[in-house]
Design a protein around this ligand. Structure first.
Ligand code: SF4
Ligand code: SF4
Length: 96
């Protein structure tokens, strides 16, 4: 018999019960990981970030599956983002 604890599916922090909250954050491109040009925004100083659409999410996010469409080429910042970390919990608290 299972007990209701923090590992229950309802309370676990996992991307499966999220809505890509972290894909609303500004993502700077620090290294070249092969992100297609159409997803990149360049500011007047030459700084590159992932372009976001009017709904607030990254332009590379599939709005139906809420999954990254360029996962193999995703920026370093996205690779380093820790599920369950401070920023992840803050984004979930704000948007879920
Ligand atoms: S905010 Fe956290 S749980 Fe949600 S998609 Fe991002 S890493 Fe996953
Ligand atoms: S590149 Fe992919 S993982 Fe990174 S913010 Fe955009 S959709 Fe999310």
């Amino acid at each position: 018999m299972s007990t209701a604890d923090q590992s229950s599916p309802q309370s676990a922090v996992t991307c499966a019960n999220c809505q890509a909250c972290c894909c609303r954050l500004e993502v700077m491109l620090i290294t070249d990981t092969g992100v297609p040009e159409r997803f990149i925004e360049t500011d007047k100083w030459g700084g590159e970030t992932m372009a976001r659409l009017d709904d607030g999410w990254c332009s590379a996010l599939d709005r139906t599956t809420m999954l990254c469409t360029i996962y193999e080429q995703r920026p370093w910042v996205c690779r380093a983002f820790a599920m369950g970390g401070h920023e992840c919990l803050a984004e979930r608290a704000e948007h879920l």
